[in-house]
Design a protein around this ligand. Sequence first.
Ligand SMILES: Nc1ncnc2c1ncn2[C@@H]1O[C@H](COP(=O)(O)OP(=O)(O)O)[C@@H](O)[C@H]1O
Ligand SMILES: [Mg+2]
Length: 194
Amino acid sequence: MKTGELIGSGKYRNCFSIEGSHLCAKKKRPFHFKLKNLRPGFFRDLNKEEFHVYSNLPPKLKEFFPPNYQIVGELLISERPRDYSGEYSKIIQEHGPVENASFWEDIDTIFHLLIEHKIWLFDVFNKGTNIIVQKVSENVFRPVIIDCKKFGLKSYPLQIHLWLESERRKKLIRRLSYFHQRFKPDSLMVKPKK
Ligand SMILES: Nc1ncnc2c1ncn2[C@@H]1O[C@H](COP(=O)(O)OP(=O)(O)O)[C@@H](O)[C@H]1O
Ligand SMILES: [Mg+2]
């Protein structure tokens, strides 16, 4: 398994293509002694932790992840989603607003599954780097979650309010609402009934 070009980077990990395949590999970013690297989580094995989170997800949620999620050594491997055109799909931050009703129905489903199973993945609806817009056909777009690491009380023990389930729920609702503001066109917003 040989890693190739860099296809994306987050705050914690870089993601590389794997030559001769449609897979990619996440790898911890190299440590530089900078203040920004001292954020919680930098010294944890986030690949292993994320794989553990993924493994315990309900099957219905796993459907929104790329296939072939696996750990190989220190790498976290997964497939790179592709559009019906054959091109690799984009993260929503690069794609911009998504004018597609079925995409937003799926986002709704994801949100309700997270709430129902009390899975507090606040980072799924972040600035748009953890969800890919996969164009399955001209009319059907699908969200694919590519990052499910969990930062909870272990990283932020001082956020005492998050000990309360009602507060966690509120935080997830807030995140989803920013996500809507950023990426959901007005035409698809449900208008409040008068
Ligand atoms: N399965 C994938 N397909 C395509 N790109 C991916 C995939 N997984 C990760 N990436 C890219 O790598 C970036 C960093 O991965 P991510 O898991 O979000 O790292 P971090 O923990 O640093 O946020 C993503 O924002 C995305 O651009
Ligand atoms: Mg990320």
